[in-house]
Write a protein that binds this ligand. Structure first.
Ligand code: 26V
Length: 821
């Protein structure tokens, strides 16, 4: 029996049982005999919440009393997944809960399976925010996450006839026991209208924004439980509602229908998370979402600040605001507006406060993902903010740019926050870099590219503003909770402190060649593969052999991530097997999970191709089950938790220079998968940590990609130069995989040839194919493979998100711990 962990809240199995039964009756209005699993789940959560809510209150009391400096993490996305298992572990009562439920005749896994995923994010950026708030609480730092209480998270993906269909996600349709509504902290948000210039009796000019509409923001708090820590922070998510007086006025005047329209317009603001789509430009509702949650959050931050302060002189000492990408950038002009128009500060004082309060994280270099908003939209929705942005820009160009590059109008045009053109645009990233005291990238290589390629002139102006903070993942969710078997093996080896200090796992390196240790490690891998095989059978009705190599690519579908490169190689293998039934290879299962943005045609075509190829390959008796292809529908956090532990090979094959960091790559390595990847994002640092001999690196590096593009890349050269590549590309045009419907997969070939192959799939194909041969060879050496798998898992302690947070604290936030353990 495990000793009671430090800071675990005392709750015995018996107490837990009593509490669950009590909540079944008094909270849920049922009893042990009638309750369904959903009621059991909610009762279990309520039992835990008795502990969690106490700590939540204590934490906020301690922060108020200490007047602590805090970080405010503003993010349009928090991809939380499920909370129950995680919270049970973090509070330190997982074993008590499991045993209590067992005594009550329930399996904790079935009960926890009732919880819907909180999928309030698209992918990497949203999941990073979730890992970061876990780490902040674990390290006892004062922090608040601010975001939107979307009614619908990222769409649920169904596959019909091989194609993606989007269905609405309704994560809180039947109530969510983790959230607390706080009507006492409702905020009002103005929108639209016009700006009036008024002169006061003192002769001073003031600006008054007469809003055309007002909506209200209702906060919902999700407790964020630190791992065996005293701290419980909050994630505060804003829900939009019609402002009370609006519907009443119209309603009383007999306009019931109008008042309903008003109400549904207001509620539309927090209705649904936008998927990363082709272009978010021109989407007025998205801009309103951004402003809505920034305005609510700033009011909340200022309200809390004012409890202890009468002027703003200490504001930037007390509050740091981290912008998770440019999505919350409008918080900058909003704070300027509040300070100047409402609090009566002069421009220079307001500007000083803003530029000492905000910091910005960049998560992508893709030009189409760099946010720009049309000036006319700003003018319509946020007229006062546009004026402020113009003034920020004017001062920047006339003072800073002019001083550095005197008389250089071309440079002014180039660096202007306003892009001139047919439609004038606000460049949000420029506004961030001009204002923020720090701008950081998310992996060493990415941060260099941010300086060199994205903001070279800004970097010349202010080199000290640019930082790197390499991403990380929480070991609580991504090892302790998702891989019980490996977690307990590590606890036996190094004790129970590794979920905080993940570098302790490096002890396992000493056993990388130990036959007994290897067997235990690979037996666990096998167990996880057996478990995943069952999931695959249930979801896809495909039988896979757990002795095969499980080769997994799970991430959003995007051309730069090159799922289609993986597909081309699968086709090449299939062809080799058909041409030579004795072709030597280990059995291989290629597993995909990916959502495509609803408007991203080629991404959806790639999903279709994977499914069509899977149908054919999986049912082709000629290849004797040597090759299987699986596309798991509705990839999300909860599925990811089953996939990472079962992987042998981690596909990280983005075109070098395009993946800012990646975080899935870290979860794979931690669970003992070997990376097959390019020198991109954090792959570079993973290879550094685990050693080049323990990863399979292939393809062009970042400089070679740039050079090839500069020299004029011609994909046809590779097509004609490599017969196997030509054959698989031509295959896509036939009806081999889509009987009776030739050409259904042709768009992929087309994008790679006529389309110019912007992500250099064909250039990297041969190298990728060779790397796969090396993987296959290596896997035949069972001991060699086990050694590498162990070294990978034992050597990625650096990628603990606690380390990322400590880097942010040292380099950017400068926080102090409240209530240290
Ligand atoms: C945004 C968009 C918007 C419109 C066009 C298509 C598109 C494609 C990608 C994106 C990226 C959104 C930002 C994002 O999720 N970045 C990811 O952030 C992770 C956490 O830092 C990082 O590990 C990933 O490499 C990075 O892609």
């Amino acid at each position: 029996k495990k000793a009671t962990a430090k800071n675990a809240l005392a709750l015995s199995k018996e107490q837990f049982k009593d509490s669950i039964v009590k909540h079944l009756r008094s909270t849920l209005g049922t009893d042990e005999a009638r309750a369904n699993n959903q009621a059991w789940w909610k009762a279990t959560c309520s039992a835990v919440n008795e502990l969690v809510f106490d700590r939540l209150t204590e934490t906020s009391k301690a922060n108020a009393e200490n007047d602590s400096r805090a970080v405010h993490y503003l993010s349009l996305e928090f991809l939380m997944g499920r909370l129950t298992v995680n919270n049970l572990h973090n509070v330190g009562v997982f074993d008590a809960a499991r045993d209590a439920l067992t005594d009550l005749g329930k399996d904790i896994n079935d009960i926890c399976d009732e919880e819907p995923d909180m999928a309030l994010g698209n992918g990497g950026l949203g999941r990073l925010a979730a890992c970061f708030i876990d780490s902040l609480a674990t390290l006892n730092y004062p922090a608040v996450g601010y975001g939107i209480h979307y009614e619908h998270g990222l769409f649920r993906q169904e596959i019909q006839g091989g194609r993606q269909i989007e269905r609405p996600d309704s994560w809180r349709e039947y109530g969510n026991p983790w959230e607390i509504c706080r009507p006492e902290s409702i905020q009002e948000v103005p929108l639209y209208g016009y700006v009036e210039t008024v002169f006061g009796e003192d002769g001073k000019m003031r600006k008054v924004w007469h809003a055309g509409r007002q909506i209200k923001g209702v906060p919902w708090d999700i407790p964020v439980v630190g791992y065996e820590a005293k701290t419980v922070n909050v994630l505060r998510l804003w829900e939009s509602k019609a402002a009370d007086f609006f519907d009443w006025d119209v309603f009383n005047a007999g306009g019931y229908v109008d008042s309903q329209a008003e109400k549904s317009q207001a509620e539309a603001v927090s209705k649904v998370l936008y998927p990363n789509d082709e272009s978010e430009q021109g989407k007025e509702l998205r801009l309103i979402q951004q402003y809505f949650f920034c305005a609510c959050s700033l009011k909340d931050i200022i309200r809390r600040y004012k409890r202890n302060h009468t002027d703003f002189s200490q504001f930037s000492k007390q509050a740091v605001i981290q912008l998770n990408d440019t999505h919350p950038t409008v918080a900058i002009p909003e704070l300027m507006r509040i300070l100047i128009d409402e609090e009566g500060l002069v421009w220079d004082d307001a500007w000083k406060i803003c530029s000492e309060t905000f910091a910005y994280t960049n998560h992508t270099l893709l030009p189409e993902a760099l946010e720009k908003w049309a000036v006319y939209l700003f003018e319509k929705v946020l007229p006062r903010h546009l004026e402020i942005i113009y003034e920020i820009n004017r001062r920047f160009l006339e003072d800073e740019v002019e001083a550095k590059w005197p008389g250089n109008d071309e440079m002014k045009r180039h660096l202007s926050i306003i892009e001139e053109g047919e439609t004038r645009m606000v460049r949000m990233a420029f506004l961030c870099v001009v204002t923020c005291f720090k701008t950081n990238g998310v992996a060493a290589m990415h941060s260099e590219l941010v300086k060199q390629d994205l903001f070279p002139e800004f970097c010349e102006l202010w080199p000290e503003r640019f930082e790197n903070v390499t991403n990380g993942v929480t070991p609580r969710r991504w090892l302790l909770a998702c891989n019980e078997e490996l977690a307990s093996m590590y606890t036996d080896l190094v004790g129970d402190q590794w979920p905080r200090d993940l570098t302790l796992l490096s002890k396992a390196n000493e056993f990388a060649d130990d036959a007994k240790f290897q067997k235990k490690f690979m037996d666990i891998k096998h167990t996880k593969k057996v478990q995943l095989a069952k999931v695959i059978k249930d979801l896809c009705d495909v039988e896979v052999d757990p002795n095969a190599i499980f080769d997994i690519q799970i991430k959003r579908l995007h051309e730069y991530k090159r799922q289609h490169l993986n597909v081309l190689h699968i086709l090449a293998l299939y062809r080799r097997l058909l041409e030579n039934p004795n072709y030597e290879m280990n059995k291989r299962v290629f597993i995909f999970g990916a959502k495509a943005a609803p408007g991203y045609k080629l991404a959806k075509d790639i999903i279709y191709a994977i499914n069509k190829i899977a149908d054919k390959v999986n049912n082709d008796e000629r290849i004797q089950g040597k090759l299987k292809v699986v596309f798991l529908p509705n990839y999300r956090v909860t599925l990811a938790e089953k996939l990472f532990p079962a992987a042998d090979v981690s596909e990280q094959i983005s075109t070098a220079g395009y993946e800012a960091s990646g975080t899935g790559n870290m979860k794979f390595a931690l669970n003992g998968a070997l990376t097959l990847g390019t020198l991109d994002g954090a792959n570079v640092e993973i290879a550094e940590e685990v050693g080049d001999e323990n990863v399979f690196i292939f393809g062009l590096n970042c400089d070679e990609v740039k050079a090839l593009k500069a020299a004029g890349y011609n994909p046809w050269d590779y097509y004609y130069g490599n017969p196997e590549l030509k054959a698989v590309l031509d295959w896509l045009e036939t009806d081999y995989f889509t009987p009776g419907a030739p050409g259904e997969l042709a768009s992929i070939k087309q994008s790679l040839l006529e389309g110019g192959d912007p992500y250099l799939c064909l250039a990297d194909f041969a190298s990728y194919s060779e790397a796969h041969i090396a993987v296959d060879k290596m896997y035949s050496d069972k001991k060699g493979w086990a050694r590498k798998a162990i070294i990978n898992s034992a050597s990625v302690g650096k990628f603990n998100s606690d380390r990322s947070i400590e880097d942010y604290v040292d380099r950017i936030w400068h926080l102090e711990k409240v209530m240290p353990n």
